[in-house]
Design a protein around this ligand. Sequence first.
Ligand SMILES: Cc1cc2nc3c(=O)[nH]c(=O)nc-3n(C[C@H](O)[C@H](O)[C@H](O)COP(=O)(O)O)c2cc1C
Length: 200
Amino acid sequence: VHVQEISLFDAIHSQRAIRHFTDAPVDDALVEQMIESATRAPSAHNAQPWRFVVVRDRETKALLGAIFDELGQNRPGGAPSRMPWEAVPLLVVVCSEGSFGSDPSAQMAMDASIYPAVQNLLLAARGLGLGTVLTTRWKRREADLRPLLGLPDAVSVHAIVPVGWPAERFGPTSRRPVAAVTFRERYGTPWQASGEGGRP
Ligand SMILES: Cc1cc2nc3c(=O)[nH]c(=O)nc-3n(C[C@H](O)[C@H](O)[C@H](O)COP(=O)(O)O)c2cc1C
């Protein structure tokens, strides 16, 4: 596969949710490169709690997809258009093993130790020209999903990421401007009031 180099900022700007894929195969070597990039992420105490289950088996993908689509039907406004998961080349299930404790800060440390890795995975995929979408909707049916993946009790699931060659366009994405989401010193004080700073 010829991978066209793309800059970090172009990858950040054009990465978006891709839900339709071609039927072209995705080599394990590329999957490994995405996961290796994910493992470069920060984690609390450098614990690296991430674990990845790569699912290519058509029946498992179909069963996971059935759970996912069923939940999508209940969503107000309906779920975004997507191809059936069984037809997606592979799903990366992002899990964590162990825990940092049971208080809210420990729980947050775990989530915050997994999602940077997920974002690396999405960006690395974009860098390779592969499409992905971060999904969490299946979480309400986690009990049904765990046995399909053989997850032990000490393992939590955080994201299921379909992966394939995109059959729809990458970005540009539509996002609010910095000034609409950033404040100066105190929440509510506009960012744009002063033009301080600048580059050295
Ligand atoms: C925490 C989280 C959960 C998400 N869950 C789903 C999901 O269950 N199904 C889905 O199709 N997309 C899901 N998405 C993708 C978002 O819908 C998508 O990132 C957002 O609409 C922006 O779309 P764009 O990247 O194409 O601009 C999720 C994204 C995040 C960050």
